[in-house]
Design a protein around this ligand. Structure first.
Ligand SMILES: Nc1ncnc2c1ncn2[C@@H]1O[C@H](COP(=O)(O)OP(=O)(O)OP(=O)(O)O)[C@@H](O)[C@H]1O
Length: 269
């Protein structure tokens, strides 16, 4: 369980995260939505322990997050960041094996190799195992990084997966598959918190959606509770229509087309 109470985070005069509270139980998938600059990545960095809150507390499996050593944390929570800079020509298997570094000293065991194989198969990068990471497409790199994160906590139930836009750059099949993998992880009692930009993906897969605006939590609930034209307008400043999928009963959000006035085009001076 992860419990976040009244956390705020500020850099100089900039308040990035303001008084946010929520908790997540094993088996839950929470999607975080919000416009660019709303504070989603900052919140994720606080949950990962990368940033320390100026105010408030974060408890992870009963203990303050700050009390865990870096190694303990590495075995219990994995992070997929927005930017994953790799400048050396590691191959894909080596990148995924990096997720196992917290688990072995000098040489990976047969168990580590087996987990690396399993996650690469799940994310569809097994056939790329020997390829240099630097030669992969953006979506393939993203899947390799997802494999690394999964390999890190694969056998540790009640672990936490923090994903910052895990499907950016992926085609629609891999977007669906990635969310399906994350959902399957929650069925094994993992906790998953993922920043997403696609409200419909969030609606399809998330148990709960947290919507942020200006560093604050504005909405927290199921897709049916929080996704509607009013909330979408408040958060994203876009008009939309909401439908209910008759088969799944999940919300579908369709943004309305933006039409600029010909006499006042948006880029005119
Ligand atoms: N080191 C920093 N110093 C000052 N401002 C910062 C710093 N890091 C982030 N910010 C600002 O804090 C706000 C929140 O940033 P954050 O990266 O958390 O947003 P986000 O919701 O993840 O956005 P995006 O969807 O664009 O990735 C932004 O306005 C950003 O410019």
């Amino acid at each position: 369980m992860l419990t976040v109470k009244n956390i705020s985070y500020q850099i100089g005069p900039h308040k990035l995260v303001k008084d946010i509270s929520f908790s997540i139980k094993p088996g839950e998938l929470i999607a975080i939505l919000g416009s660019n600059g709303a504070g989603k990545s900052s919140l994720l960095k606080l949950l990962a322990g990368t940033y320390k809150p100026n105010e408030g507390t974060i408890h992870f499996n009963g203990q303050p997050l700050s009390k865990y050593s870096a190694l303990e944390l590495a075995k219990m929570r994995a992070v997929l960041s927005q930017q994953n800079v790799v400048s050396l020509p590691f191959n894909v298997q080596e990148i995924v094996m990096m997720g196992r570094y917290p688990h072995f000293n000098n040489h990976p065991s047969a168990h580590d190799h087996s987990i690396v194989n399993t996650v690469m198969e799940a994310t569809g990068v097994l056939s790329l195992a020997g390829r240099s990471y630097l030669t992969l497409s953006g979506g393939e790199q993203q899947r390799a990084q997802l494999s690394r994160a999964l390999a890190q906590i694969w056998e540790n139930e009640h672990a936490l997966l923090l994903m910052d836009e895990p499907v950016s750059g992926m085609d629609i099949l891999y977007q669906q598959q990635t969310l399906a993998i994350l959902k399957a992880m929650t069925q094994k009692k993992f906790m998953v918190i993922s920043v997403l930009h696609d409200m419909n993906l969030a609606s399809q897969y998330a148990d709960r959606i947290i919507m942020l605006k200006n560093g604050r939590k504005w909405y927290d609930g199921t897709a049916a509770e929080v996704l509607n034209p009013k909330s979408v307008y408040e958060i994203f400043e876009i008009e939309s229509d909401t439908f209910t999928n008759p088969t799944t009963l999940k919300q579908i959000i369709m943004p309305r087309e933006i039409i600029y006035d010909n006499n006042k085009p948006p880029l005119s001076t």
